[in-house]
Structure formats: C-alpha cells, structure tokens
Design a binder for this molecule. Structure first.
Ligand SMILES: Cc1cc2nc3c(=O)[nH]c(=O)nc-3n(C[C@H](O)[C@H](O)[C@H](O)COP(=O)(O)O)c2cc1C
Length: 368
C-alpha cells in the first residue's frame, strides 16, 4: 500500500524517511546538565525504532533555565561532550536523524522531577532564582520570578544561539525552540504571565517580540541547510490566555523569519487549566495553523494508532505526527505501524529474523 505516513519529508537539507517523530521527552536524568548512561540506553534503543526523527528532550540553554537539577543542558563544554558521546554512539548503528529542543524554563525552573512531586525546590535543595517576563509565579507556592530586564533578555538570547552552535558541532540535524508548555518563550507570549508595560508586553505584537527575536538570532547562527522549528502551545485552555487565533498570527510571523515548521501542542502555562485530553485532542489546532499560515506542522497529543497517524498525514491535517508515550510503551511502534499499513520496512540486520516476512509469530501476536 502507498502510505502517506511512510513517505519522506523534506525540510531544507534534511530528509526524514517517514513522517513519524519521536517527541521530546525530558528524562530528568542528567548530571549538571550532562547526558548520562540513561540517555545512552534511552536514545540508543529508540534509535533502532525506524522513526523518521528523534527529538532530543527539552535541553536547557543555561543552568537556571532547567526545570530541575536533572534536566539536560547544553551550556558547557562538559554538556556538549556528553551529548556528543550519546549521538555518536547512536550513529554507530542507526541512520535516524536527530533534532534537539532548546529550552529555557523561566519561572517554571528550580523544581523537582515528576517522580519527586514536581513542586518548587526547598531552601535545602539548592534552589535558584527563577526569571520571567513579569513577577507572576507559576502557582502561589512557586518562587516569584525576577522580571527580566533588557540585559537579561539579551543574555538569554545569546545562550540560545550558543546552544544552537553547540548542537551544530555535535552534528544534530534540526533545532526546535521550545515556546510551549509554560516555558520562558511561552511566558512572554501569554497575557497571563506577561503584564509588562515596556515594548515586550501588552499587545500580541509586543508579547511576540522577544520570542521572535530569539528565533531570528538562532536562525541567523544555525546553518542555512538545517531546519529550525518552534513548538508552541496553541492555547492556554484558560479564558484570557494565549489563544488559537494568536497562535495563528505568531506562526505567520515565525514563517516570515525562516521557521520551517510549527509543532503544535497546548497548555502547560497554568497548572489549573482544564484540558479535554482524548485521542487527537490537539489536531484541530495543527490543521488550523497549516491551513491559515501554509507552513508545515507537526501534530502531537494522543496520536496512538497507525490508522490514525496515516489519516492525519493523508488528510493534510498535519505534515508529521509526534508520538511520545506510545514509544515508551512500545519502542517498535513504527515496525508495527508499517506492518498494519502494508509497508515493507528494513530492520537492523541483527533483528531481521523477527521481520514480519520471516517470523509467523509477528502476525499471530498482533492478530493481523
Ligand atoms: C516523559 C515525558 C517527558 C516529556 N518532556 C517533554 C519535553 O521535554 N518537551 C516537550 O515539548 N514536551 C515534552 N513532553 C510532551 C510530549 O512531547 C508530548 O507532546 C505529549 O506527551 C503528548 O504526546 P503523547 O500523547 O504522544 O505522549 C513529555 C512527555 C512525556 C511523557
């Protein structure tokens, strides 16, 4: 069968062999921002998955831009060497390209990993001062951020550029800036977290200004043949918050300055937001942006089955699908999707004996 999901996708000089992207997933397992053996096995085993692209988790551009002490970073030579070790290890046995999500947590930083309860770090846990567009904390229990001045914003912009240059040196093929999930760039976009009265707050045009400046600076430094994308939260799911209409305007501006795709997520700015989570709950936002802005999009959020993913791409709802938890559940999701869609996929030669064409058990197990 001809599959749209398994058709190649070209973004600048990068050709993805299919439209399936393994979404960025923070592992909270770094030490001083440096990747560890956990990353070797986590990224290593998923690099055998057959996905068209692996997105390296939210990677902080500065120590204080991490969410927790365990977050991955790319702000030191040690961080660069550690991530290079992981990428080179994977290259030894996989041709899967890598993207990296560069991030700054802003007011959401200085917290615990999810399995430690996520809350803010206490005085005896080496907390750090968080920053943000305005002095509005994430929740009433979270630290009040210091409002960034122009100098602080310039400094953060430079750290994004530096991290992109480090990513290029590592050989990473794609950069994505994290402007979703309540991270710093999203904090600037949303009127709920940005009440500045200078040129960077107020109207949408002003709230977009800092995120656009960061994207512009990174685009100028990132090689012209390598794609750059932005992940956004298309809605805060809160009245008076960042809205789908604003997301369309922001995406159009991003397109103007050389952004190659928008990865469309939602939420994360207000922990109290009520999100109607169900299969494909964020799809309509991706398709709206694709339709109205005419820019490639990636759809994320409870994309679970091969048929659903195929339909998303075939219908033109989105150019690619991003799956996260489905890959933790089943690292062979791509193999099984290919089988379900009648696509012949090459397996690593060491695993060929489990190929559908050679092992009758494959069909029996999956009831195909
Ligand atoms: C363990 C875990 C870590 C995540 N970390 C990130 C992250 O670093 N950056 C990000 O943009 N989204 C992150 N997400 C969100 C996923 O990328 C994805 O958008 C979300 O889980 C919805 O997709 P899914 O239903 O396929 O899991 C994370 C999700 C999980 C489950």
């Amino acid at each position: 069968m001809n599959s749209n999901l398994f058709s190649p996708l070209q973004l600048r000089g990068l050709t993805q062999s299919n439209r399936i992207v393994i979404g960025p997933m923070s592992q909270y397992s770094a030490v001083n921002g440096s990747a560890t053996d956990w990353h070797m096995q986590h990224i290593g085993h998923l690099s055998l998955s057959g996905a068209g692209l692996f997105m390296i988790e939210a990677t902080s551009v500065a120590p204080e831009g991490r969410v927790s002490h365990g977050c991955l970073g790319l702000y030191s030579n040690e961080n660069e060497a550690a991530l290079k070790r992981v990428v080179e290890f994977c290259r030894g046995f996989s041709s899967m390209p890598f993207g990296i999500q560069l991030a700054h947590s802003g007011r959401k930083g200085s917290g615990h990993a999810p399995w430690e309860g996520r809350g803010t770090l206490q005085a005896d846990e080496s907390p750090w001062q968080v920053v943000g567009p305005s002095q509005i904390p994430l929740t009433k229990d979270w630290a009040v951020p210091v409002e960034l001045d122009r100098e602080g914003m310039e400094r953060i912009k430079r750290t994004f550029v530096d991290a992109a240059l480090r990513s290029d040196r590592i050989g990473i093929e794609l950069v994505e800036l994290h402007a979703a999930h309540g991270y710093l760039l999203h904090q600037f976009l949303s009127p709920l977290s940005n009440v500045r009265t200078d040129g960077y707050g107020g109207s949408l045009e002003r709230r977009m200004r800092f995120p656009l400046e960061v994207v512009e600076a990174v685009r100028a430094a990132w090689p012209a043949d390598k794609p750059l994308g932005v992940r956004i939260s298309a809605t805060d799911w809160v009245d008076g918050g960042f809205s789908p209409e604003e997301a369309v305007v922001f995406s159009a501006e991003l397109k103007q300055i050389g952004c190659d795709y928008i990865c469309v997520s939602t939420g994360g700015l207000d922990p109290m937001a009520r999100i109607p989570v169900e299969p494909g709950y964020q799809l309509s936002f991706a398709s709206q942006i694709k339709r109205e802005v005419d820019i490639p999009t990636r759809a994320a959020g409870l994309v679970i089955s091969a048929a659903q993913a195929e339909e998303i791409v075939a219908s033109g709802t989105s150019d690619a699908v991003v799956l996260a938890r489905a890959f933790l559940d089943n690292p062979r999701w791509v193999w099984h999707a290919a089988e379900a869609l009648g696509v012949t996929l090459a397996y690593p030669k060491q695993y060929e004996r489990a190929h559908t064409s050679k092992w009758p058990g494959a069909r029996l197990i999956r009831g195909n």
